[in-house]
Design a binder for this molecule. Sequence first.
Ligand SMILES: Nc1nc2c(c(=O)[nH]1)N[C@H]1C(S)=C(S)[C@@H](COP(=O)(O)O)O[C@H]1N2
Ligand SMILES: [Mo]
Length: 217
Amino acid sequence: MSRDDRQNKKLIGTKEQWAREGRGLTGQTADPKRARLPPGQRLVKDFPVLDLGPQPNMISREWMLSTAGQIDQPIKWSFDDLMAQPQVEIVSDIHCVTTWSRYDNRWKGVSAKHLLAEVQPRENTAFLMVRSYDGYATNVPLSWIDDDDVLLAHTWNGAPLTREHGGPVRLVIPKLYFWKSAKWIRHITFMGGDAPGYWEARGYHAVGDPWKEQRYG
Ligand SMILES: Nc1nc2c(c(=O)[nH]1)N[C@H]1C(S)=C(S)[C@@H](COP(=O)(O)O)O[C@H]1N2
Ligand SMILES: [Mo]
């Protein structure tokens, strides 16, 4: 195993340990309309990189997003297809379960509302499983995706999203802990029932609302 592999394994092991210990929990909740910084979080100015280690080196020409499951109109978008959709710009905050938060990130991309309008989820859709090119997966309730600030983002602070932060395209769900914001997004399955993703199978919360401190469980 390489030095990088050993370090990645250590980081994943540490996060699993945190879930067992309930690390970071203050036992408090807050009202997002009144408290910009959720309980137990601290503000950072840099932009930390967190993932499982292997970062797909994908040029936009090779990128594809597909959808399946409980929808009437599955889509398959290339990067050009994505750029041909209506584009929006959203400034939002990041809250990572490892307790760092970063304010005022300017994302540009296609809104999740637009994607939902295109694929037309069926009545019984309740959860999405989002899958990535590095093998990562995370589950998100449809109600949290169906929000004006949720984006398929290709640009951060005026520049193309870098590889380490999930470029060419990542999901951004500002009102949930950042592990729900899948980098290098590849596929979305619309599901009637819930199922755990990578971290959810390792003790992390199915929803992950930072103001309710839904870190684990
Ligand atoms: N594909 C993929 N997406 C991912 C991850 C990952 O390992 N693979 N890690 C998640 C976690 S735990 C966090 S905190 C954020 C980190 O995003 P950043 O590296 O841009 O800060 O990405 C999330 N999305
Ligand atoms: Mo994270």
